[in-house]
Design a protein around this ligand. Structure first.
Ligand code: BEZ
Ligand code: FE
Length: 292
């Protein structure tokens, strides 16, 4: 029995219009989406003008997106959807006891074509005038055995102190503040980077407009992105956050997890860096699923 005064059969009619060739998972997802969206419209008595504003926002996000900018993802980020999906994935993996290093969202600034660099390289190719140089190092390990993983790949990316990733900023050299590293015979990776600084998510598109309308600030706490991969292990995407950052409890995209908060400590006797960050990543062996 419908608890509203609108056509009680409408939503079921829309759901039942899906044909037999729809896959079970798509049927499940579309059924849930249609039910929730229809309930949202009825509960809020959504007007045609309000709905059209939403349509325009979606269109605007699509029009602004290209291979350097993913505004659709950014809109999802400011309403917490990417972080929620990450939490769901992490929780499912954790229940199976296989997610020792916490995951965090990929975000829109990942580049699949980042080059490999030698361990010890400096990823700060375009030096900002105000950055704090950091020596970042750690090991990639097997979570269960704690053994180092040799030849694993760790990929990192970070924004510069002006708040921009290199693909957003014509002043930065291509692939500035990015690099892929292979772990050495002890499972170690090491390189020079910047102590990260907080930055605002881009404000000139629909995600920025949504933040404005919701009276929210756009800042992300200072972080470094990490993606770690090794044959036979589950790939890991995460971010690590500077404990001293003032936006830790207030991330505009809701990505901070306690276990990902790290300390930058003073480094002695290194002319290249006054700070150091040690971060080990623990990967979980991939259990074969027989192709299912
Ligand atoms: C980032 O981590 O780079 C990011 C994530 C979500 C929205 C914007 C930026
Ligand atoms: Fe980021």
């Amino acid at each position: 029995m419908a608890t509203h005064r609108f056509d009680p059969n409408f939503t079921d009619n829309v759901i039942n219009s899906m044909g037999p060739k729809t896959s079970p998972r798509l049927r499940q997802l579309m059924t849930g989406l249609i039910r929730h969206v229809h309930d949202f419209a009825r509960e809020n008595e959504l007007t045609v003008d309000e709905w059209m504003e939403g349509v325009k926002l979606l269109n605007w996000a699509g029009q602004m997106s290209d291979d350097k900018r993913n505004e659709g993802q950014l809109v999802c980020d400011v309403i917490g959807l990417e972080s929620l999906v990450d939490e769901i994935t992490f929780t499912l993996a954790d229940e199976a006891k296989d997610a020792p290093t916490a995951t965090a969202i990929l975000g829109p600034f990942f580049r699949a074509d980042t080059p490999y660099r030698e361990n010890g390289a400096d990823i700060v190719v375009t030096k900002p005038s105000d950055g704090e140089m950091t020596f970042m190092h750690g090991r990639i390990m097997d979570f269960t055995t704690q053994k180092p993983l040799v030849g694993a790949t760790v990929e990192v990316w970070q924004a510069s102190t002006n708040g921009l990733y290199e693909q957003q900023d014509p002043v930065q050299t291509e692939f500035n503040l990015r690099g892929k590293f292979k772990t050495d015979a002890d499972g170690r990776y090491y390189f020079y980077c910047l102590r990260p600084t907080p930055y605002p998510v881009p404000g000139d598109g629909p995600a920025g407009k949504l933040l404005d309308l919701m009276d929210r600030h756009p800042f992300r706490p200072a972080h470094i992105h990490i993606m770690a991969t090794c044959e036979g292990y589950r790939p890991l995407t995460t971010q690590i956050f500077d404990r001293k950052d003032k936006y830790l409890d207030n991330d505009s995209v809701f990505a901070v997890k306690d276990s990902l908060v790290v300390d930058f400590v003073p480094r002695e006797g290194d002319a290249q860096a006054g700070l150091e960050l040690n971060y080990d990543v623990k990967l979980v062996a991939d259990v074969p699923t027989n192709g299912v």
